[in-house]
Each structure stands twice: as structure tokens, then as C-alpha cells.
Write a protein that binds this ligand. Sequence first.
Ligand SMILES: C[S@@+](CC[C@H](N)C(=O)[O-])C[C@H]1O[C@@H](n2cnc3c(N)ncnc32)[C@H](O)[C@@H]1O
Length: 256
Amino acid sequence: MEFGEFKKKVLATFRLDLNSYKEKQLKRRLDSYLGRLKLTNYGALYNQLAADSRSYEKFLDYLTINVSEFFRDPQRFADLQNNYLPRLAASRNRLKIWSAACSNGSEPYSIAIILEESGFSGRSKIIATDIDKRILHKAETGQYSRECLKNVSPERMKRYFSQVGKLYAVMENIKHNVTFRHHDLLSGDCEQGFDLIVCRNVTIYFTKEAQDGMYKMFNRSLSPGGILFIGGSEMIFNYRELGFEKLSTCFYQKDD
Ligand SMILES: C[S@@+](CC[C@H](N)C(=O)[O-])C[C@H]1O[C@@H](n2cnc3c(N)ncnc32)[C@H](O)[C@@H]1O
């Protein structure tokens, strides 16, 4: 089976749009997956995925790169805490936040910690989504290795984590502010009324068309004046065309 046909069949069967991922990167990853499973072609891989949902979940888990850590890019999280969250909270009774492509939960829990420290926990909720069900399960468990926590200060470690063997568990008061859900950013479906959308280090894997489609979806999803927080290596050049103003590195605001 040709690569093109594999993508078509995956879209028809699983509604996973591989055409929206950058082709060279995707193909390299797929080829190494074939090697790992000792499969000789895409047809054999498709048959395996279609035969059993667990092998599809494993495949997705491999394909999606789940690297994440707490307060990834500490300076930008400080900007969020000191500048943008207080600004949003000043003009709203409640804060509805979306951590899109949340991976193992480090990102939404970092936001929940900031909300707690800023006194906004009681009037905010975070919805955290990812396409990968296996990583969402890990996120719900909320236990992390030291490596994932290297940007967490000793004070925060003491206040928000408890040690469980070699791992560190996020405290319940932080966990209960985050709801995890399965969601594909390329599906076009989205909830409305978010005041802040955090979507970091995922658009780098998408084609330019898919990125624009996603930013348009975020624009529809944000409340007027709502803020989009993206990754340090991501940049939206055509932000005006997409309905945003640029606030500073990584932060864009929906036009009123
Ligand atoms: C590198 S991680 C980024 C995690 C976190 N946002 C951060 O910056 O640390 C990329 C995440 O995007 C998710 N992802 C990839 N394609 C996706 C899609 N179409 N819809 C939703 N999530 C997706 C992956 O499963 C992975 O967890």
C-alpha cells in the first residue's frame, strides 16, 4: 500500500487526518514504527491498526510526541501569572481555560498552580485535551518524575506535590481544577467561551494550512478579548488576518 492510500484509509477508518501533519517528519516516524514492529509495508500496518483498537492507541501514542514538563518556558509562564491572568481576571467573573494538546498534564497543572497562587482557583476551570488517550490517562494519574519538574521551585514542590516512591504526585486541590478530555485539534469541533487558550509545541508538527485552520478555530472559541498562549518556537505571522492582535512573545489577543 502506498503512503497516500495509507493516509486515506486511516482518515476513513479512524478520522485521523495525517495530511495535516508535516509529511517528511511524519513519514520518518511512521517508517521507524514499521521497523519497530518488523512490518514491511503500510498495508500490513493498516491491517494491524484496523484489527484491534489497542494497537491503534499504541500507534497514536508513538506518533504523537508527548514531551512536556511543568512551567515549560518559565519566563512565559511568569508573564502569564504576572500580567495576562490578572488582566483577564479583572474583566471577568469566571475564567474558562483550555489547555489544548496537554500531553501528560504538566501544562494544565502548571496553570492550575498559578491560578491557586493568584487566588483565582475558586472562579476558574481548566479543560485539558489531547488526541492521545494513553497520555491522557497518565495526565489524570498526575504523578511525575523529577525530570519533568526541573522548573518547579522548592517552595512549589513542598506546597503542591507529595512524594510517592520515586515519583511526585500533584496535590488534590490542584488536580480538581483540571478536567481531561479526548479531543482532536484537527477535527474542527470546539467548545466556545474560553478566556484563555494555551496551545504550545504542537502546531510545529502541522502544515501551514492546518495551523491556520486551528488558529481560526481558537479565534471562534475565545470570548472577545480572550488570549491565546502559544509555544516559544511557534509564531503567528498573519495574526491580523486570523482575528488577533499580538500582545508579546507567545501571547495573542482576540479582537473585540
Ligand atoms: C510536544 S507535546 C506538547 C505538550 C504541551 N502542550 C507542552 O507544550 O509541553 C504535543 C502534544 O500534542 C498532541 N497532539 C498531536 N496531534 C494532536 C491533535 N491532532 N489533536 C490534539 N492533540 C494532538 C500529542 O499527543 C502531544 O501530547
